[in-house]
Ligand binder design. Structure first.
Ligand SMILES: Nc1nc2c(ncn2[C@@H]2O[C@H](COP(=O)(O)OP(=O)(O)OP(=O)(O)O)[C@@H](O)[C@H]2O)c(=O)[nH]1
Length: 616
């Protein structure tokens, strides 16, 4: 009898042990499920964070990574994730507000601009821009290119109005009502405007511009019809400015520009608000803002557009640093999540192994009890039946446990697969972001007009060239012999460039810059680094050159430019450049080196222009 009681207790003990193990297992699985849910939300937070940089969110993400390392603190993790979700939501709302404001500014300006008299092709391009704008505004990364594109359209609209206004003034001179008078019912306000030179057939030129626009219409991708027109003539050896925008005496353009100024100024201010301005660009951004607030005239407008482009380029460079940091963070988070998932998988396998071991052991023990009971002489049928029922119950619990376990395993495996897929998507996103950055970097370092490296690119290059040069010095304190090859720098400026703009308009001025830049590139050695420093000013780094050789090379360049056969109608137009050149001094900074070259350039201008002056 005693033995029977003991046996039944033993069986109960085993059953309890089993149920405990089952409960423990369920608890662990619930814990794992919970963690996976938390990780999902965490990943969502990290991926959304990619759309905006925010210091609060940055901090929270850092904390998230810390907590992810300690996997036994879900409660803290959960609270943190709630905070992250709130930040992401806030950023999303802010972005939405900024998106709406920018869209409103674009919509309003475009509405106003569409009321202006413009050639059909230009109107169509503005409409096309407007149509594409809404979809592209949704992507914050496209804002800069949208703004740049819009500003270039704006410049064309202004150029067109100037041409119209010049035409109107010519009409006025011929006692007909002025264009603005005809268009807006008011008289032209430029009674003192200088008469248009009789050698310029303005309406013929305008007709040509219209024809060019019509050609652009036929090919929607064509943006620079006037360019191509001139290019053809360049191939024929004579560089003609014919067919370019008509005479642009400053007084003439004012009424035309002031008409659109009221519409573009709010947009420029809005654009300035949207640009991410770094500390280094604060002063420039402030001065641009003040200029716009004070009210623009045509010349300010051109300069302001250029400065805004400069701010945009600088902003791209600054953001590059931030994006790189962000990519680093996302990658780090991904690595941690991946490690966590691998750990969870290992843990799962280990749990499954121990479960199997437990099952084997219990089966063996139960079998042993059954055998013992079966061989007991005192055993009666009842005892056998009871024991067998217990064994049956234990075995069926085990079976139930195993099938439940299998189901959970399958669903957990599915969850993990989804998680890994999500990670792969995030990795792909970060790769795309990296490629986007590389493209932006290329755009940011090239001047779009001349396709030469721009000022930022020059700054970057000169610093590294100076470092290299210092490395080649045998004695860090002694100046190198001027007869030896060394590092030289030249600053080049187109002479009387304002006159070109004033006489033939900005488009012709742009064309001259483009051709002059090309000629300069051809005249220099491949190892010389030529960049557009700004406006009509260029800079050349001549590494490993004897100062006298550098001077000789620059003189050849100067002569080559002087010989470019620019023409306006039958008239030959000579474009010249002045240049200052210096050799690098020991311990000198890039700024000081440039200053000295610039001083030599100033001297060349003073001494009559079309000169190269070397500091000896
Ligand atoms: N078309 C065009 N004009 C530009 C560009 N950048 C600057 N300018 C103009 O270049 C002119 C430079 O004029 P100034 O600085 O007075 O110099 P300059 O007439 O060349 O006279 P010197 O340098 O003294 O020989 C200004 O009228 C600017 O508006 C550009 O990209 N395109």
């Amino acid at each position: 009898m005693v033995s029977r009681v003991d046996d039944s207790e033993e069986a109960l003990r085993w059953k309890r042990k089993f149920l405990d193990a089952l409960e423990d297992q369920e608890r662990r699985e619930a814990q794992l499920d919970h963690r996976i849910r938390l990780l999902r939300r965490g990943l969502l937070g990290v991926s959304l964070a990619g759309d905006g940089q925010d210091p609060v969110l940055d901090k929270q993400l850092e904390e998230l990574r810390k907590n992810l390392r300690k996997d036994d603190r879900e409660t803290g993790l959960e609270r943190l994730l709630e905070k992250i979700e709130a930040s992401v939501l806030r950023l999303d709302n802010e972005k939405q507000d900024s998106y709406l404001a920018l869209k409103h500014a674009f919509d309003e300006s475009i509405k106003e601009i569409q009321h202006l008299p413009m050639p059909g092709a230009l109107q169509r391009r503005i409409r096309k821009f407007h149509r594409q704008m809404s979809a592209r505004l949704g992507d914050a990364q496209l804002h800069q290119s949208l703004i740049t594109q819009f500003m270039s359209l704006l410049t064309e609209v202004s150029q067109h109005l100037l041409a119209k206004e010049a035409e109107a003034t010519a009409d006025h001179a011929a006692n007909r009502p002025g264009l603005f008078g005809r268009l807006f019912g008011t008289e032209s306000t430029t009674p003192d405007a200088s008469p248009v030179s009789p050698t310029f057939n303005t309406s013929a030129n305008y007709a040509e511009a219209e024809a060019a626009s019509a050609q652009a219409m036929a090919d929607p991708e064509e943006e620079t019809v006037v360019d191509d027109h001139v290019e053809v003539i360049v191939e024929e050896e004579a560089v003609s400015l014919e067919g370019e925008i008509v005479r642009d005496a400053s007084g003439l353009s004012e009424p035309g520009f002031s008409y659109i100024a009221g519409h573009v100024e709010p947009l420029l201010l809005r654009i300035l608000e949207c640009i991410h301005v770094s500390e280094a660009s604060f002063t420039l951004a402030d001065s641009v803002r003040n200029t716009v607030v004070k009210g623009l005239n045509w010349y300010d407008f051109v300069a302001v557009l250029e400065q805004i482009l400069q701010l945009l380029r600088q902003s791209t460079l600054d953001q590059r640093g931030e994006y790189e940091r962000f990519i680093g963070e996302v990658t780090e988070s991904l690595v941690q999540v991946q490690q966590f998932v691998t750990q969870a998988q290992h843990h799962n396998e280990a749990v499954r192994d121990s479960e199997q071991a437990l099952t084997d052991k219990v089966s063996q023990d139960v079998k042993h009890i059954a055998e013992t009971f079966a061989n007991e002489e005192l055993d009666i049928q009842t005892i056998r039946a009871t024991v067998q029922a217990q064994i049956h119950s234990i075995l069926s619990s085990m079976e139930g446990f195993r099938s439940q376990r299998q189901q959970q395993d399958e669903s957990m495996g599915q969850d993990m697969e989804e998680l890994l897929e999500r990670i792969a998507v995030l990795e792909d996103e970060s790769r795309q972001l990296r490629e986007h950055l590389a493209r932006q970097e290329e755009l940011a370092s090239t001047d779009p007009l001349t396709e030469l490296p721009n000022r930022e690119s020059y700054r970057y290059r000169i610093e590294s060239v100076i470092m290299q040069w210092q490395g080649t010095l045998h004695d860090e304190h002694a100046e190198p012999d001027p007869a030896d090859p060394t590092l030289c720098l030249a600053v080049i400026d187109v002479d009387h460039f304002k006159r070109i703009n004033d006489n033939w308009g900005h488009l012709a001025g742009d064309k001259v810059l483009k051709i002059v830049a090309r000629e300069m590139r051809t005249a220099l050695k491949d190892s010389d680094f030529l960049a557009r420093y700004g406006g009509e000013e260029f800079v050349v780094i001549l590494p490993d050159s004897r100062p006298a050789d550098a001077e000789g090379r620059l003189n050849k360049l100067r002569q080559a430019i002087e010989s470019i056969p620019f023409h306006f109608k039958e008239e030959r137009i000579v474009v010249t450049v002045s240049c200052g050149v210096v050799a690098m001094k020991v311990g000198e900074s890039a700024d000081r080196l440039f200053e000295r070259a610039d001083k030599m350039l100033y001297q060349a201008k003073q001494e009559g222009r079309n000169l190269v002056i070397r500091q000896r």
